[in-house]
Write a protein that binds this ligand. Sequence first.
Ligand SMILES: *Cc1c(COP(=O)(O)O)cnc(C)c1O
Length: 381
Amino acid sequence: MKIDLGLAEGLKTPLYWYDLSILTSTLEEIKRCIENKPVKVHYAVKANHNPKIMKVIADAGFGADCVSGREISASLKAGFPAKSICYAGVGKTDRELIQGMKEGIGYFNVESLEELEVMEELAREYGYTADVALRVNPNIDAHTHHYITTGLEENKFGIDLSMLDRAVDKVVSSTCLNLVGLHFHIGSQITDMKPFELLCDKINELVSRYSEKGIEFKIINVGGGLGIDYDDPEGHPIPDFKRYFDTLLKNIKLRPGQELHCELGRAIVGQCGALISKVTYVKQGVKKKFIILDAGMNDLMRPALYGAHHKIKNISASEGSPLEMYDVAGPICESSDIFGKDEELPVTHRGDLIALLSAGAYGESMASTYNIRTLPESVLV
Ligand SMILES: *Cc1c(COP(=O)(O)O)cnc(C)c1O
């Protein structure tokens, strides 16, 4: 990530700085990996809905994975074709379901028997037909943070395996819903390929079980979840997509005509963004020194929400400055408003610019106005 200090100094902070060259190389690397393969990648919009970022991804020919009606609207506005949109979520409202059907999106990832019932009713009432993939809860442990694991029985997501037959029957017997696929999403920030391998085994088992009954799925959607290197973003600005796609393509036995769909969010946008913040105070505590930033947990929520850590850099400090130990905190009235403890950084002064790296995913999109603060600005360079 290259941050132009002169340019950054002239802009208002807190500021999300997006490096277009990292984003485009990431997109190109994905395209290289799936070239001539029956694979489609849908960008998970919730990772970052900044319109400038979304447009770059839409222009590169990716589809969109949405989890709300407004994400569908934003995706259409950014230039994603309606047919390239899939729509997941445990709590789609009637209004959102109707919107998706009216816009003619690609397909719905349906998460419960109850949702199927409502969809069927609405489709009949309004005269729509809709393509449906059933989101299955495969009961696989992604071994990631418990707040971002989604494929376990105890999670609210997807249809439990024990109810899948009923869901399949329901769609197959419907006159306005078409069964097009199976959908899975086991969690996020997954860097070990083992959970994906287990998922592939489960998928093969389900696909052959239904095939015996004469039911085929055109789409196998494995969701997203590929992780990024938060510890060494500069060493690994682009995730190992080759390993990821090789794992999936080697392990899933795709049938002729079957498409593999992925919904990557973090892996696409995570490393292209940094949150730049100005040091408001360097505060001497009893035993510690604190760097108090003008960015807080409302601007970047991951550390407070998941105990996540973003690499911290003082971009104003000159090369070879002596180092000192600091806790780096925001201005918000919460003890969880901390970005780093015992961080070794160049001697830091009021007014220095600090970059929190790998903040492109679940950064700006999760920002809030807590404490009646303004939302962070952004720039795409
Ligand atoms: C959040 C989400 C994704 C994207 O997850 P990443 O970890 O950012 O790749 C994909 N699919 C669904 C259904 C999601 O909820």
